[in-house]
Design a binder for this molecule. Structure first.
Ligand code: FAD
Length: 455
C-alpha cells in the first residue's frame, strides 16, 4: 500500500459509500456505540439518489425516487424518521404516442388494435405465470431456472412474444423504463424475479399498486440527510482506491486518508467495487460476479413549468412513446402541484445516442417531445434539468446491476456473504428486494447486524 503523507485514522468500522445503504448501516452501527467513518468519493451524500433545487424551497428528484407498494422496509424506515410520502400523480388520461399517432386512454389497457392487444395479453399472461414460479429471494431455485438464466428477455420475446409490431414496441419500452436496457440485454430469470417481487409484469411499470406508487416528500435527499445526521463521521471527496484485508484488520487507502478499521462495509455499485484494488485479491467467483453486473443506461430529463397545465386538460402526465427521446413520462410535481414538473426517462440505446448530442440539442428534443405530447404550453419550460447516469463516474449506469447470461444461478446470494472482515451492502446485495432503495435499506440492516455480531 502506498502511504505518502496521507492523514491516518483508526475506526471500529469504515463504510465505503454514502448512498442510502452505507448511510443506514453507519447509522445503526453508530447507534450501537461503534466509531464509524464513512468514505464517500463524491462531494455529496445520496449516491444514486439526488435532488436538484427548482426554487421556492422545492426540489426535483433526478435519481431514485419511487416508493413501490411492496417496499415494506423502506416505508417503515421513512415512518421511523417521520418523513412523509405522497401518491404519485395518477389522475386523468394517459397517452400512447406511436410515431405519427397519439391516443389517450384511461386505466391500464393501451388503445392498441385488437390483434396487438390479444398478443400483448397472452405474452403478459405467460410471463406472469413463469414469474409466479420464481421466488424473488432465491430465483435460482425455480424449476426452469437454468433454462431462463441462459436466455434473454429479448430472446424469449422473439420466440414466444406477440407478432404485432406495436405490442413488441410496447414491451421494448417497458424494458427500457423498468430496467434501463434493451430486452436483448436482460437476463430472463432476473427480469422474472423482478416481476415476481413487484407482483406481476404490469406492476413493474405501474403506479397504483405498482413500483411507482408513492414518492418521498422532499425527495430521497430528505431520507439521506436524516440518516447522515447520526451516521458517524462522513468524509466527502474521499474515493477509496485500495483495501488491504489481512485476518485481523482492514486498511483502506482513500484520497488523502488512510483508515485502519476492525471491519469495513463496501456499499458501492458492483461496477465500482471492481475499480477498487483488493489485497489479497477477491476470490475469482466474487470478482467475476461483480464484473458481470453492468447497470443499464438512463438519462432522467425534467422540465419545470409554472403549473401542471396538463392536469387542466384531463391528462395524468403519463405517456409511453416510441418517438423519443423519452420512452415514458410522469407528472413529477411536488405534492401541491406547484410548480408543474414533467419527468422523462431516456433509456437503453436511446440514452446512448442522446448522450452523444450537444446539451442544447438534447433540451430542444425533449421540449419538442413534451410539446407533441402535452401541447403548446410545454414549449417554454422555466427550467430544464437532466442527469446522465451512465456518464456519472460514481454510478456508471443505473438503475442497478443487470445480470449477464447464467449469472443469476452462478452468483446466488454470494454478494450478500461477508469475506473475513469485509461486509457487503448496496442495493445489489439484497436478492429478495434487488436493486432499489428498499434493497439498499435491507442490506444496511444485514451488514450492521453482521458487524455487531462479529468479534
Ligand atoms: C435514475 C434512477 C432512477 C431510479 N429509480 C428508482 C426508484 O424509483 N425507486 C427505487 O427504489 N430505486 C430507484 N433507483 C435505484 C436506487 O436509487 C438505488 O437502488 C439506491 O439509491 C442505491 O443505494 P446504494 O446505497 O446501494 O448505492 P449508491 O446510491 O450507488 O451509493 C453508493 C455510493 O458509493 C460511492 N462510491 C462509489 N465508489 C466509491 C469509492 N471507491 N470510494 C468511495 N465512495 C464510492 C458513490 O459515490 C455513491 O455515493 C433509481 C436509480 C436511478 C439512478
Amino acid at each position: 500500500m502506498v502511504t505518502g503523507d496521507a492523514e491516518r485514522r483508526d475506526a471500529d468500522v469504515a463504510v465505503v459509500g454514502a448512498g442510502i445503504s452505507g448511510l443506514h448501516a453507519a447509522r445503526l452501527l453508530t447507534a450501537g456505540g461503534l466509531d464509524v467513518v464513512v468514505l464517500e468519493g463524491r462531494d455529496r451524500i445520496g449516491g444514486r439518489t439526488v435532488s436538484a433545487p427548482i426554487g421556492a424551497g422545492r426540489q426535483v428528484e433526478l435519481g431514485g425516487q419511487f416508493v413501490a407498494a411492496r417496499y415494506q422496509r423502506l416505508t417503515e424506515l421513512l415512518r421511523e424518521l417521520e418523513i412523509d410520502t405522497f401518491p404519485t400523480y395518477d389522475d386523468g388520461e394517459n397517452l400512447l404516442d406511436f410515431g405519427d399517432r397519439r391516443r389517450t386512454y384511461s386505466g391500464a389497457v393501451p388503445p392498441l388494435p385488437l390483434l396487438a392487444l390479444a398478443g400483448m395479453g397472452l405474452a403478459e399472461w405467460r410471463l406472469n405465470r413463469m414469474a409466479r414460479s420464481v421466488a424473488p429471494q432465491a430465483p435460482w431455485t425455480a424449476r426452469h431456472a437454468a433454462q431462463w438464466d441462459a436466455q434473454t428477455f429479448g430472446g424469449w420475446l422473439q420466440q414466444h412474444g406477440p407478432r404485432s409490431g406495436q405490442a413488441r414496441t410496447l414491451l421494448n419500452l417497458l424494458a427500457g423504463t423498468v430496467w434501463g436496457a434493451e430486452p436483448e440485454q436482460l437476463n430472463l430469470l432476473q427480469a422474472l424475479a423482478y416481476a415476481a417481487a413487484a407482483g406481476g409484469l404490469r406492476q413493474t411499470a405501474g403506479v397504483r399498486g405498482g413500483m411507482q406508487e408513492r414518492r418521498i416528500d422532499g425527495g430521497p435527499a430528505q431520507l439521506c440527510a436524516a440518516l447522515a445526521t447520526t451516521a458517524g463521521e462522513i468524509r466527502l471527496g474521499t474515493t477509496v482506491r485500495e483495501i488491504v484485508h489481512p485476518r485481523d484488520r482492514v486498511d483502506l487507502r482513500a484520497d488523502g486518508l488512510i483508515v485502519r478499521a476492525r471491519h469495513a462495509i463496501v456499499a458501492v455499485p458492483p461496477a465500482l467495487v471492481s475499480q477498487i484494488a483488493f489485497d489479497p485479491p477477491l476470490p475469482v467467483a466474487r470478482d467475476d460476479a461483480l464484473r458481470r453486473l453492468p447497470a443499464g443506461r438512463v438519462t432522467k430529463v425534467v422540465a419545470v413549468y409554472p403549473t401542471p397545465f396538463w392536469r387542466d386538460d384531463g391528462r395524468s402526465g403519463q405517456a409511453v412513446s416510441d418517438a423519443g427521446p423519452a420512452g415514458a413520462t410522469f407528472d413529477n410535481s411536488p405534492p401541491d402541484g406547484r410548480p408543474g414538473v414533467l419527468l422523462g426517462f431516456v433509456t437503453g440505446r436511446r440514452a446512448t445516442a442522446f448522450s452523444a448530442l450537444a446539451a442544447a440539442e438534447r433540451r430542444q428534443l425533449v421540449v419538442a417531445q413534451f410539446r407533441r405530447l402535452f401541447g403548446a404550453a410545454a414549449d417554454r419550460p422555466e427550467q430544464y434539468l437532466e442527469h446522465d447516469w451512465a456518464a456519472d463516474p460514481f454510478a456508471r449506469g443505473c438503475y442497478f446491476g443487470l445480470a449477464g447470461p447464467g449469472m443469476v444461478s452462478a452468483v446466488g446470494d454470494l454478494l450478500e456473504q461477508p469475506l473475513g472482515r469485509l461486509h457487503w451492502a448496496g442495493a445489489e446485495t439484497t436478492v429478495a428486494s434487488y436493486g432499489g432503495m428498499d434493497g439498499a435499506v435491507l442490506a444496511g440492516d444485514r451488514v450492521a447486524a453482521e458487524v455487531i455480531a462479529s468479534p
